[in-house]
Write a protein that binds this ligand. Structure first.
Ligand code: F6R
Ligand code: ZN
Length: 190
């Protein structure tokens, strides 16, 4: 294998990432995420009705190479399950071993972060802004708007993603649709 990564450039759009060489795409429908939502009845109903596409991720990881920067583009569609907005599964970076940068391209979101001890921090995601995620915090993105939320992420190579912890515990806070917009509430199941 060529010891060097060849220079390249790519437009920061979902269309360009769709065409991108070597990139892989994962699509997550509600049926693969329904356990993550608080309102299990609403999740079941929505899966039976249409099993909507919640989000898709294009990514290029340099795990095997051991250097380079891994990066990805995520698009979360607008939607609600019960009162919770559509979100990504969320994960820790195992061993707290890598920080990550989120660059918001379009839409309106919330970035929910939590330590293993349950200290929770939430940043609003606004187009044109960057959110910095320290490696020891689990992170989940939530689309609180009416348009797709699209963001570009960059993380170090050889990073192990731990999904299991969040699948078991969830996050301490939930982002729900309230009377006057998105609201942050405590997760009754945490
Ligand atoms: C990578 C990262 C993002 C997410 C993506 C989907 O470290 O944080 O690229 O992987 O937004 O979310 P998950 O991976 O939680 O399903
Ligand atoms: Zn991450």
């Amino acid at each position: 294998m060529d010891p060097f990564i060849t220079p390249f450039r790519v437009q920061l759009t979902t269309e360009a990432f769709h065409e991108f060489r070597n990139g892989k795409v994962s699509r997550r429908r509600l049926s693969s995420l329904s356990n993550y939502y608080c309102d299990q009845e609403a999740a079941r109903f929505s899966v039976e009705q249409s099993d909507p596409l919640v989000y898709e991720v294009w990514e290029l990881e340099y795990e095997a190479v051991g250097r380079g920067l891994s990066f990805g583009m995520t698009r979360i569609f607008p939607g609600i399950v019960g009162k919770e907005f559509f979100f990504t599964r969320g994960h820790f970076h195992a061993d707290s071993d890598g920080d990550e940068m989120y660059i918001v391209l379009s839409g309106h979101g919330m970035l929910v972060m939590s330590s293993h001890a349950g200290d929770c921090q939430i940043l609003e995601m606004i187009p044109g802004q960057m959110c910095y995620v320290p490696g020891h915090l689990a992170h989940r993105t939530v689309n609180v708007g009416e348009e797709p939320l699209v963001f570009f992420t960059i993380w170090p190579p050889n990073l192990v993603h731990d999904y299991e912890t969040i699948a078991q515990t969830g996050f301490p806070k939930l982002i729900v649709s309230g009377l006057s917009g998105p609201e942050i509430i405590s997760n009754p199941n945490y």
